[in-house]
Design a protein around this ligand. Structure first.
Ligand SMILES: Cc1cc2nc3c(=O)[nH]c(=O)nc-3n(C[C@H](O)[C@H](O)[C@H](O)COP(=O)(O)OP(=O)(O)OC[C@H]3O[C@@H](n4cnc5c(N)ncnc54)[C@H](O)[C@@H]3O)c2cc1C
Length: 477
């Protein structure tokens, strides 16, 4: 039986940027004492892979004024830059005389300092409010029902222990990328490993890169800053490169998208969105502005479709990604320059096999996909920038039968009741890239920030129910 001494427990699985944003919102929203356990298996947390970087070439792809941690203060990061230069100026000699503006794309190593401060600041505030926060370095292997429980509590299991929790939030990020060949020496899993960073790049002439997304941009900028004057051979299944943010600041907003008119098949959705962008462009609005207007609706549009149509629409994801995950104009200029110099070539196709030659590799392309391209390419180094598998697969594995994402998600997305609760019977939530695969996309921090805000409000409501000495099991349907 629960008694008045019962302290509710919230377990957050994962301690990257998403968990940090959630803590920040919880610090604002909660007023009663409870316990938070944050469980993470990565020693680099609370930053995660995106922000655990240590070189100024790796920049944010969102302007400083939009990278604040709080829904109520979206420009908080820019204000921090402005008012606390002493916190970041000494991080690197390049920053000694720089002044970042609100529209600048700031190095992620600077953002990491901000994020760490948000994290420690949130914990301080929570502790002042009587909340106990415990950070456990462990891997969560399963979330399971508590047998015979009358409340909605669950067991969160790690290899070492079993923790009883009233509320669980998955902030587990994306799944790590999968390598596509068995190459080892002189090949790198990502452009963020210490081995990659310490290479003598200036002595090499050809680098092969698998993947053409944002990590590839990081790679190109980093290697170029190290005196590399050779060639980049970029391979991807779609052969598309990310597009730039607008350099203009539109005076008037594009008309809103009426999603009622968009249709109920993948083809109708694609046609309607294309028509929306084209008609706005004809009226003088930049395409970036139209994409920004479409963006808040994509998960909803996708959730409304039946499964076979969702699969069809997913084929448009590469096209969507290059328009939506845009890069700073300066990064785009670097790509354009290298392409003009014929030093950066993008090949649409899959790598079928890799042979070792001398100190490098001979890459064999899949003949059926490599139309009009060479079938073999030699390179000194091979780097994998092939992104991440959707994060929801990992959540599904851990949550199993407790989760009821599909119908439930569709219902609350359509009703607009987005609490990001992914179980009908238990208080289980997810945010950030942990939701990608369930939502059409869930990546950028300003989306995660909104999700953190909704979850913190829902958690706070549950914790503050006047009769609540334990959180009841109930259905929201
Ligand atoms: C290179 C890169 C650059 C980016 N740049 C930007 C940008 O400029 N602007 C922007 O808005 N967004 C950007 N993003 C997107 C976004 O900021 C990140 O995706 C965000 O960092 C995700 O945070 P997260 O906490 O959800 O995931 P992560 O940072 O991956 O953290 C998840 C944590 O959960 C842990 N974990 C997972 N499973 C378990 C388990 N079973 N048990 C215990 N722990 C577990 C992991 O070890 C990890 O530490 C970028 C992403 C990347 C990869």
């Amino acid at each position: 039986m629960q008694n008045t001494l019962h302290r509710n427990k919230v377990v957050i699985v994962g301690c990257g940027a998403a968990a940090t944003l959630l803590l920040a919102e919880l610090a604002i929203n909660t007023f009663l004492p409870f316990d938070i356990d944050i469980i993470d298996d990565n020693p680099a947390s609370p930053l995660g892979i995106a922000y655990a970087v240590n070189h100024p070439s790796f920049v944010l792809n969102v302007a400083a004024k939009r990278m604040g941690a709080y829904v109520s203060k979206p420009d908080d990061f820019y204000q921090w830059l402005l008012h606390h230069p002493e916190q970041w100026r000494n991080l690197h000699p390049d920053f000694s005389s720089v002044n970042f503006g609100p529209d600048d794309f700031v190095p992620r190593m600077v953002y990491a300092v901000y994020l760490r401060q948000v994290f420690t600041g949130a914990i301080e505030v929570l502790e002042q409010k009587g909340v106990r926060v415990t950070h456990l370095p462990a891997q969560v292997i399963e979330i399971s029902p508590v047998p015979g429980a009358v409340d909605a509590s669950v067991y969160v299991r790690t290899h070492q222990q079993k923790i009883r929790a009233d509320i669980v939030v998955f902030a587990t990020g994306n799944n790590p990328s999968r390598k596509t060949t068995a190459a080892t020496e002189n090949s790198f899993d990502s452009p963020y490993t210490p081995e990659f960073m310490s290479q003598e790049w200036s002595a090499l002439s050809d680098v092969a890169v698998i993947g053409s997304g944002l990590s590839m941009i990081d790679l190109v900028q980093f290697i170029s800053s190290q005196g590399f004057t050779g060639n980049f051979h970029i391979f991807s299944r779609h052969g598309l490169l990310p597009l730039p943010h607008s350099t203009e600041h539109p005076m008037a907003a594009a008309p809103p998208l009426d999603i009622g008119l968009v249709g109920n098949t993948a083809l109708q959705v694609v046609r309607a969105l294309r028509c929306y962008v084209e008609s706005n462009s004809a009226a003088g609005f930049e395409w970036q502005e139209s994409i920004n207007k479409i963006r808040p609706h994509v998960s909803n549009l996708w959730a409304r479709l039946p499964h076979p149509e969702q699969r069809r629409l997913a084929k448009a994801l590469p096209w969507w990604n290059i328009h939506r995950h845009r890069i700073p104009p300066s990064s785009y200029a670097v790509l354009q320059y290298l392409r003009e110099q014929n030093r950066l070539r993008v090949t649409r196709g899959c790598i079928k096999g890799v042979d070792r030659i001398n100190n490098g590799f001979l890459l064999h392309l899949d003949q059926s996909r490599a139309v009009g391209n060479p079938l073999k390419i030699a390179a000194d180094r091979l780097v994998f920038c092939n992104g991440y598998a959707p994060g929801f697969n990992r959540v599904k594995k851990l949550g199993g039968e407790l989760l009821s994402p599909d119908d439930y998600l569709r219902r609350w997305l359509i009703k607009g009741d987005a609490t990001f609760r992914i179980s009908v019977t238990h208080q289980i939530f997810a945010l950030g890239p942990a939701l990608s695969g369930l939502l059409f996309e869930s990546t950028a921090l300003h989306e995660t920030r909104q999700q953190a805000n909704s979850i913190a409000a829902a958690v706070s409501l549950l914790l503050h129910q006047p009769t609540n000495d334990c959180i009841k099991s109930y259905s929201l349907s």
